[in-house]
Design a protein around this ligand. Sequence first.
Ligand code: PLP
Length: 341
Amino acid sequence: MLDNDLPEIDWDSMTFSYQKTDRMYVAHCKQGEEWQPGEMQDFGDISLSPAAGVLNYGQGLFEGMKAQRAADGSIVIFRPERNAKRMQEGAKRLGIPPVSEAMFQDAVRQAVLENLRWVPPMGKGALYVRPLLMGSGAILGVAPAPEYRFLVYVSPVGPYFKGGMKPISLKISDEFHRAAPGGSGGVKAIGNYAPGMVPSKMAKAEGYAEIIYLDAVHHRYIEEVGAANFFCIKDGVVSTPELTGTILPGVTRASVLEIAEDLGYEVKEEKVDVEYAMSADECFCAGTAAVISPIGSIRFGDHVYEFGDEVGPVTQKLYDELTAVQQRRIPDERGWTVTVE
Ligand SMILES: *Cc1c(COP(=O)(O)O)cnc(C)c1O
């Protein structure tokens, strides 16, 4: 097969997993200086000093977006300026020179444009876009690295739900926490994710799809579901945990809140007591990868709380509206989709 030939991609059997693509974006910056203009290069391994700040002390951030084929035939990205801003917030927290919104968006645009053949047909998944920002320079003591790298690579992914939305079973952790006040839970710092792998694996071994974390101070308020935000609906009120610094401010979360309000629901961002959530009519989690995943049951201590085997009516409405806007199947009146061209 020639390198440029479209590989025989079976779009219908794609899952959410890594797939090597053609090109990637790379930019460099020295501490205290401006970012050099980035450039596209062939996708491949990168070289780093063994003393790179990111390898030794986790000085790194990531982002995640989806480029999708829309109903009008164009390729669109959902609210990328929000990801750009979130990465700037993260950079501030980790002592990394921030990447401007314009540079971020240009990098994302180029990475998608030079991998166009990997964008799945509409409804068959998306091209997942992964920006990385890291301390690449060598440093021995615990301090910000002398040099930084900003990369953007892409990978095609299948739809999260094979054969429709099936409510998932989750477990509330009575042993682990994701983030503590004053820490880095509110930014997409790479170091936040490895500590969740074993808890998540343990939950999966017991038959649960993911773990739900409670807050680290009171062990009483719901925080997040793995790497997705939590929502519950009770008596027509849509609630999600308020952003207190330990919860990742999801772009999907913010969009669901706005859509719910526009659809006429009462919306609350507040501390969500686990007892309140367990008495809810519907629960779901929301994120770029998961979109909106309905929750069918939650184990909390010795009890299993059931929310039904079917997708709840409010969850379904929010899902339909969100995905219709993301794929421009309805007019994008909020200006949330950006055409890649
Ligand atoms: C990325 C992420 C989310 C979801 O954010 P989106 O912007 O909606 O993709 C939620 N929680 C955590 C911990 C995350 O890392």
